[in-house]
Every structure is written in C-alpha cells, then in structure tokens.
Write a protein that binds this ligand. Sequence first.
Ligand code: PLP
Length: 351
Amino acid sequence: MFDLGSLVRSNIVRVKPYSSARSEFHGAAEVFLDANENAFGSPAGVGLERYPDPGQAELKELISRQKSVRHDQIFVGNGSDEAIDLLFRIFCEPGRDEAIILPPTYGMYSVAAGINDVQIREVSLTADFAIDADAVLAAVRPVTKLIFFCSPNNPTGNLMDAATIREIAAAFHGIIVVDEAYIDFADSAPFISEIGSIPTLVVLQTFSKAWGMAGARVGMAFANASIIALMDRIKPPYNVSSLAQMAVSEACRSGETATSETIEMIKSERERLRAMLTETQVVETVFPSDANFLLTRVIDAKSIYRFLLSRGVVVRDRSDVPLCQNCLRITVGTPQENDRLIAELNNYVRQ
Ligand SMILES: *Cc1c(COP(=O)(O)O)cnc(C)c1O
C-alpha cells in the first residue's frame, strides 16, 4: 500500500506555495503590468524582458510527447541536481530521517543529504558493481525515506539489474530513485515506463549528457502525479530560465535524430577508445560501460592523473572511491581528444 502522506514532511504539506504573478490570473491578457518587469527590454537583445513560464508548459508538452508520459508526471528542474535536493527536502526530516546510497556512486546524493542534515547509509555495490538486494533491505530502518540507484552508474559505468530494483521497490515503503542520467547510452529500456506500476518510483533524467546541453542546466524527474505536484509546490517558481527553456525546447523540436546520431558516434568512439586504452602500457583494466565514459584501472592513478594534467588533459581521479582503487574515469571525447589522451598516456614514463 502506498501512503504518500506518511512519507512527506509535515511542514511541506502545510507550506503555502509562492503564487507567481503569471499563475494567478485566468483568461486572455494583453497588457502585463503585474510583475514589475521592464517592458522596454535589455541591451542584450530581445525576448528576455518577461519572467519565464513557471509551469514550463511548452517544454513539458515536448517532453511528454517524446517520453510518452503525462504532463503531470514530469518535473523540470535546474539540472537533475535540483530534483535530488527537492526529494531530500520533501521526504526527509532533518536530523532524523535517512537515505541509502550504493557506493561507489554519484557524489551529489550525499552532498544534498549533508546540506539537508540527512543521514546517509552506505551499502556497497558488490565486487562486480551489482546491487546486493539483501544488504540493501537489511539496511532499511523505519526512518529510511529514500534509496538512490544510479543506472548506468557513475563512476562504474554499468547498468543496474532492473529486476533487483523492482524487488527492492516491492519490499520498501519509501521512495525509490532511479537516476538515469546516462540511460541514452545504454541498450536497455528506461525505467520511466514503470512509474505507472511503482507509485514510489522517481526516475531522473537530464539534458546534460546525451543531449549535449550541460550548460543549459535542465534536468527532469518522472513520477506519479502526486509526487510531481509536491516537487512543483516547493521549487523556486522560476527555476528554469527562459534561455534554458527555449534552448531545450528547440533541441526537442529539432527531432531526436540529431541526438541519436551523436549518441551512436559516442558509443562507437567509446569502443575505439576502449581498444586503444587496452593497448597502452599503463592500463590494466577497462571496465564494461553502458555510459559515455570508461572506468579504467591503471598502474598508478594519482601519478598518471597528475602527468595528464601537466599535459593539459583532465580526467577524473576516482582512485579514492571504494572498489575503484587506481581507477580513472575517462569521458569519451571527440576522436581528436581521445587520440590526444592516448598519445599522452604513451608519453607517460613509469615513476
Ligand atoms: C551528470 C549526472 C547528473 C546530471 O546532473 P544535472 O544536474 O542534470 O547536470 C545526474 N546524475 C548523475 C549520476 C550524473 O552523473
């Protein structure tokens, strides 16, 4: 049985949302003198003198068509990082409630938890980066409100087993978050289609990765309408700027073909990079990847990381993260960037 009321912080239920100037009137308006904007516009150009649509109606319409979900099942935020923060605020009483994460995983879950004074319980992935369902369920306590799954996982790059997530969702009374930031690079169906059957499920996706729009800061959450309504209730009213809404709407309208072409390019480049990495002297293991990066075990991660930096090549040192000893996380770049990385790795002399 799903009882959303029992999961939500009581102050969040009571809060009276900010009512923006644009959302209060109903009917057709011609003259807008309600929001203290400067109707003469700015020297930077046209089109930004008005506040953005707080309901992001046009963008949600485009996303709705593309993902085959209803408008009221979509939240659009200032990156999916905003959605992560809002989930802590909605469901976790500071100083009391807990969330479970499965390290090694995305760092923002524990950062957002810390900001909200929420305790994190860590249940390590297994040695082959899979979910240990028994251990996860054993870590659940009455104050556990959220479990975060990242699939494909950052930084390990692999998909999590969907059946295992379903099994945990069926046994857990709280909210299940499945972060699909990299799902477009995987050959697997997204979890979005399950929001109808798992009422406690929140799926996160983003325009930052496959869509190539990290600078726009637009992320999405998909869930049943009552969870989305709570997120919309407490978000800053104008959380996604007009520039970002226009840019992302334009990308959606241009059709999915442009992005699916770049996704295919990145996937084939990923396999070319894998082959090249494997041939270098410094690489021990390149882990399988369903994402746009390769977790790579090298002979001496810190030293190689610093060497690459000195040559102007930046990768992510993950060697201090559990299960990732001597690992670098390498994003798949353009063919030229990947060739440059390999050339520099071949220049590295064992210290
Ligand atoms: C990059 C990334 C995101 C995206 O965050 P945005 O705020 O939407 O840019 C979310 N989750 C994971 C695991 C990521 O790696």
